[in-house]
Design a binder for this molecule. Sequence first.
Ligand code: ZN
Length: 435
Amino acid sequence: MNEADILIRNCTILPMNGKGITRKGFIAVTDGKISQMGNATKALSIKTKRTLDGQGKVALPGLVNCHTHVAMTLFRGIAEDIPFDEWWGKTIWPLEQKLKRSHVYNGALLGCLEMIKSGTTCFSDMYFYEDAVAEAAKKSGLRAVLAPGIVEAGNSKMGRRMLQEAIKIAQQYQGSADGRINFRLGPHTVHTCSPELLKKVRKAASKHKMGLHVHLAESKSMTEAVKNNLGLTETELLEKIDFLNPDVLAAHCIHLSKKDMQIIKRHDVKVAYNPVANMKLASGVPKIRDLLKLGVTVGIGTDGAACNNSFDMFENMKIAALLQKIFFMDPTVLPAEKVLRMATIEGAKALGVENIVGSLEVGKKADLILINFEKPHLTPMHDFHANLVYSAHGSDVDTMIVDGEILMEKRNVKTLNQSQVMRRAQKTACDLMEK
Ligand SMILES: [Zn+2]
């Protein structure tokens, strides 16, 4: 018998796999996966427990946020419009040293709630107490690739201890929540981790078959300091110590030389582009156009809420395109369809999960969103890609399914108690500020 757990009828499907758009299509979900999809007439014979009406809605793979520190939602709005050194050294870092596991959990839950409400089904995180982030992701129903942060900052004993703790947490949670939670190791930067520690991290990652998530060439002053101290750029150093592999996700990549870009290409390193954070902290403009020309895989990230201050990937997609266009004074750079690919299938590739998510295809996990196009700002429907990148907001996302489970339907989140999550996060943030 032709059966499905969930059947979405009469939606427009943007599969993001290079195949065309299907108008009046259907998607059937069985055992957490997309079991059938195609033209709506074929859906008539399918028996189902749940039918979702897709009339006026566009089905898109869930968005992938390639770089964040989700618990930093607690720091939203506390260090605004100040220089980077003040932002980091005088505000964020002192507060982070007071963080406890429960703080991170409450902050992460708030971030997960915000991501569900704005269309992100999978996020890539790096932070302290990543086990608490794993618990929050598990409860929310989201998919996550999590990297416990490792910071040495001149204290090699601390660096080694953080590496051991990271491995322990990663092993404990790897593949948990029915495989929705995956782990990497997260050495913070080349500036805050010595070459000796970075070599140890690489060795551990290879041994345990985990990827790496690192900040690369974000700050001009840090990039220059590394060059002055070690005589190499950050990227050259990472190549020299055999750190670079296709399993490395490098966030930012702003201050790269042409040679650095070639190194990134040569080792198939993946890049997370964080346009809003880079603009807000005035860190610089990553040359994404040039990385893409070389064939580098680039996903889009928001970075933390202390430097964005939003997880709305629609807003971040639009700015991702606009920043490259104005920087290169060329409106043809980063067209809407490419940006949408970066926020879906390319992002999944950057995290090494493209075989299971990132596009709508039979056999892939059912991680998808329905966007309500019956809105003034999304009318008329001439160009779906342009409407999604330049006109849509996270609040246009009507329904979200992850791993075959409905996390949000008609804007009602099923897995989290919205007011409770917000209340607890508010209280946690106030407690931290008072201490
Ligand atoms: Zn970051």
